[in-house]
Design a protein around this ligand. Structure first.
Ligand code: 6PG
Length: 239
């Protein structure tokens, strides 16, 4: 995949986990508010893993910051598990964010991990195609693995022409997953990477090295948007 022509990334380094969550919440509210100032609704693709937990809790503590009834939520990937499984990315968001939002809250488009991977991927392909037919995502939030993976696009991933969602076999448990493809993830107005921890520092340095185009994140530069990297000091240690 050749990287997109998006603008250079903005990199911010937070002193600790709390400041990282505070800055991330500011980025989310700013991106979605800007969308709601211009359009009837805003679309946000959530990340999985553990890093976003503090961010989701911080947003839940200030529900008045956004008109959540006009926000459409999607996921960048999901483990193929029931939604109440403790490893489910949807469950993380439901427990930390969704449960605290007003009843007339966001429209939730979850990946149905309880389905077989091909069925869930096919269903989400249609869901994402419909979303992108209305325009790019306003915000895509992604984490980064120590091996450089993001969403469930792991090193050695292959571009799947025309696919927006795909069933994949991850090299780590839980192995069966559905992920948005690079082609879907880069269709956004803002791409926000949220990364914490010393174990991610090498992957961050590789992702931000302009000489390396093979990194998954290098393929995700938004074609018509910008990229922000929010890091804690430990994850920025190799920059
Ligand atoms: C997942 C995520 C994955 C995650 C990274 C970082 O389903 O696991 O989509 O891409 O963002 O692995 O995970 P941590 O935030 O737990 O370090």
């Amino acid at each position: 995949m050749t990287p997109g022509r998006g603008a250079a990334a903005r990199i911010e380094i937070a002193a600790d986990a709390e400041e990282l969550a505070r800055r991330a919440a500011g980025e989310v509210v700013a991106a979605l508010s800007a969308a709601l100032d211009r359009r009837p609704s805003a679309s946000w693709v959530l990340a999985g893993g553990a890093t976003p937990r503090r961010l989701y809790r911080r947003l839940a503590a200030r529900p008045q910051a956004l008109d959540w009834s006009r926000v459409e939520l999607y996921w960048g990937d999901e483990r193929c598990l029931p939604p109440d499984d403790e490893r489910s990315n949807f469950r993380l968001a439901r427990q930390t964010l969704l449960a605290a939002l007003p009843f007339a809250g966001p429209r939730v488009h979850r990946i149905r991990g309880e389905q077989s991977p091909p069925v869930a991927a096919e269903e989400y392909q249609r869901e994402i195609a419909a979303a992108l037919a209305r325009g790019p995502f306003d915000l895509v939030l992604l984490g980064l693995g120590a091996d450089g993976h993001t969403a469930s696009l792991f090193p050695g991933w292959v571009a799947l022409p025309g696919a927006l969602a795909a069933a994949v076999e991850a090299p780590v448990e839980p192995r069966r997953r559905v992920t948005l493809t690079a082609a879907a993830l880069r269709r956004c107005r803002r791409l926000l990477f949220l990364v914490a921890g010393r174990d991610k520092a090498v992957a961050v340095a590789r992702a931000l090295d302009p000489a390396r185009s093979g990194e998954v994140s290098a393929a995700l530069r938004p074609s018509a948007g910008d990229t922000v990297w929010l890091l804690d000091r430990a994850a920025a240690a190799e920059l």
